[in-house]
Ligand binder design. Structure first.
Ligand code: CAA
Length: 386
């Protein structure tokens, strides 16, 4: 049977960064609470001319530059922070990238889980038509109200994932563990640009979904715990993954050391929560930084509040190291422009989506920018007009 899975992953993030040390100082909080207690160091903040479309397009551009458009007939855009109630964000990306018209584009939503649903749909499309390739884009701006417990767990970023037959990076295995429970741990009513969250409930809901998805994976004939050499998790904050993994290890009666998850935390500790993109950014970190994965089985746990969890496994393709982009994400993170707490809060206050006509200042150096709203419609353009 032809292997189907992830051929390439590209990451994008916001133009700015807020160091959590600065937020801790402003709020009179011990910085160790952020670095150790929740396991985060900083979060990305979009410039006024950035949003999920510009970040998603930047990540997708890298994929198209490397692999071309041949065989791409489907673009799936997953997000919690959509910019329009009707038009899929992927249609803006389709236009910016000049993709062919013979492409279907749609947007998916289920909090942070949507990107994994998109990858599952992509696997199904490629299984039926192995000559096709599916471009999955997951992009989000995680926004909570300022002066709430959730404020340090915001973030921004995007991942573009190319799903193909005979992939360079990971063959996804057919068995998956899934779990759904109707829980009010995190939600965002239509009249709000910031999420409402019951932080403590979100921890127990995530842990329940992880253990439940594991049990379902076992019931579906998936691999044993001892056959999985590495794990990556959706990371609203990296400590969440540790808490959940400790519970699973207890559940299956296996030893677990927190350090086992450390490489997959490397980028998310810097971007903050990127909702749908978080698990793919974690996977990119693992593939970039772990040299021992040839032919090894890894597990990927996705969680979207509300709640849906899914546990996938895959076999890393021998030779994956020749296809990774070492240093690319690190240089993106290092290029971010630091903000003071006042400047971040000013951007936060202005960050809600609007249908009123506006012009956005030129700030971002990413390939595409949000120019503003004209005639009620959002306008995007390349950052450099040549
Ligand atoms: N040194 C070291 N550790 C310290 C410390 C210090 N000085 N001070 C406190 N800590 C530790 C605490 O002991 C605690 O650790 P444990 O959880 O291991 O006990 C940790 O720091 C956090 O402390 P608190 O529980 O007091 O923190 P808090 O009340 O301020 O809230 C939070 C923390 C609940 C995570 C909050 O930031 C929050 O609500 N964040 C958002 C919640 C979230 O992201 N949920 C995930 C939803 S899933 C998702 O991503 C959404 C989706 O689907 C779209």
């Amino acid at each position: 049977m032809t292997a189907i899975g992830i051929h390439d992953i590209a990451i994008a993030t916001g133009h700015h960064v807020l160091e959590l040390d600065d937020l801790a100082e402003r709020l009179g909080v011990d910085p160790a609470k952020y670095h150790v207690g929740i396991g985060q160091d900083a979060f990305s903040v979009p410039a006024p001319d950035e949003d999920i479309v510009t970040m998603g397009a930047a990540a997708a551009k890298e994929i198209i530059d490397r692999h071309g458009v041949e065989g791409i007939r489907t673009v799936l855009f997953a997000t919690e922070s959509g910019v329009d109630q009707s038009k899929a964000a992927g249609v803006f990306v389709h236009g910016l990238l000049g993709l062919p018209q013979s492409v279907r584009v749609v947007e998916l939503k289920q909090a942070c889980y949507g990107g994994t649903a998109a990858v599952q749909l992509a696997l199904g499309i490629v299984a039926r038509a192995p000559h096709e390739r599916v471009l999955v884009i997951a992009a989000d701006v995680a926004r909570y109200d300022v002066d709430t417990a959730a404020e340090p767990t915001q973030g921004a970023g995007a991942a573009a994932v190319l799903v193909t037959a005979d992939p360079d990076l990971i063959e996804i295995e057919p068995a998956a563990g899934v779990f759904t429970a109707d829980v009010d741990d995190f939600w965002r009513p239509n009249d709000r640009s910031t999420a409402l969250v019951d932080g403590r409930l979100s921890v127990t809901a995530y842990v329940d979904a992880f253990v439940g998805a594991w049990d379902d994976l076992v019931a579906q004939g998936g691999p044993g715990y001892e056959d999985i050499v590495r794990w990556v998790h959706h990371q609203p904050f990296t400590k969440m993954a540790i808490k959940a993994h400790r519970k699973l290890a207890q559940h299956v009666g296996q030893p677990f050391d927190d350090a086992e998850l450390a490489l997959g935390f490397t980028y998310n500790k810097q971007t903050g929560n990127t909702y749908t993109a978080s698990i793919w950014i974690a996977l990119a970190a693992l593939l970039d930084l772990d040299d021992e994965l040839d032919g090894q089985r890894i597990a990927m746990f996705s969680y979207g509040s509300g709640s849906v969890g899914e546990l996938l496994t895959g076999i890393v393709r021998p030779g994956y190291r020749a296809h990774r982009r070492e240093g690319r994400v690190r240089s993106l993170l290092e290029a971010r422009v630091p903000l003071t707490v006042d400047a971040y809060r000013e951007l936060h206050a202005a960050g809600a989506a609007t249908s009123e006509d506006t012009e956005r200042p030129r700030v971002t150096t990413a390939p595409y920018r949000f120019a503003g709203v004209r005639g009620g419609a959002r306008r995007y353009e390349p950052t450099t007009q040549d």
